[in-house]
Design a protein around this ligand. Structure first.
Ligand code: FMN
Length: 197
């Protein structure tokens, strides 16, 4: 069965929870599944002794899993208004796929979590879109016809779903979770449409 890769970096669990919400939305669509993967952390020494398999949670993504996906949902915590280094490090291992055009036309969407509401959610989301445009992917998100986008007082953007975690890593609220599911659902529907074209 074709799958959509839900690839995330997350240290405190907020982006990871959004990833699972998005995966749930993808899985609600018949004919396509979700593959949830993360990336290995990067140590401060740049020479970490990291096992190939994480001790807990989602497996680390392989470049093959990236290449063979029919679509991509990419999530990162905001780090100074940018995506996390470990996610960028992973993406920089995909130049073979860029050269071959393997990802061209496939749909992609992005999501994030930050501590503060004005802490760079949109810039983080846009930073994740840049390499996906270089891969020739088709960027999409949730439009304002989704009523929850109007109702959100914290996160939630037309660039991709977002969560404002606060300093204590607050749980994702039900409205944001629903928005994430909707984003996953729309991504799956678009992937099927593109595949059947
Ligand atoms: C190096 C670093 C930079 C960060 N920069 C920002 C920032 O610019 N704005 C912000 O609101 N939060 C920032 N944060 C906080 C994280 O974005 C926030 O804790 C996020 O919810 C973590 O997501 P996670 O639970 O998926 O790890 C930063 C955290 C780190 C470690």
């Amino acid at each position: 069965m074709p799958y959509i890769l839900v690839l995330f970096a997350s240290r405190h669990g907020s982006t990871e929870t959004l990833a699972h919400n998005i995966a749930e939305g993808i899985e609600s669509i018949e004919g396509i599944s979700a593959l949830v993967r993360t990336v290995a952390p990067i140590g401060t020494s740049f020479n970490p002794e990291i096992s190939d398999i994480p001790e807990q949670g989602s497996l680390y993504c392989s470049v093959e899993e990236f290449a063979n996906a029919s679509g991509l949902a990419l999530g990162s915590p905001g780090r100074f208004g940018n995506m996390a280094a470990e996610l960028k490090f992973f993406l920089e291992q995909t130049s073979t796929q860029w050269l071959s055009g393997k990802m061209i036309g496939k749909p992609a969407t992005v999501f994030t979590s930050t501590t503060t509401v004005h802490g760079g959610q949109e810039s983080t989301l846009l930073s994740m879109m840049n390499p996906l445009f270089h891969h020739g992917m088709t960027l999409m998100s949730v439009p304002y016809t989704e009523p929850r986008l109007h109702a959100q007082s914290g996160g939630g953007t037309p660039y991709g779903v977002s969560h404002v975690a606060g300093p204590h890593h607050n749980a994702i609220d039900s409205e944001t979770a629903m928005l994430a599911k909707q984003q996953g659902k729309r991504l799956a529907q678009l992937a099927l449409r593109i595949m059947n074209d």
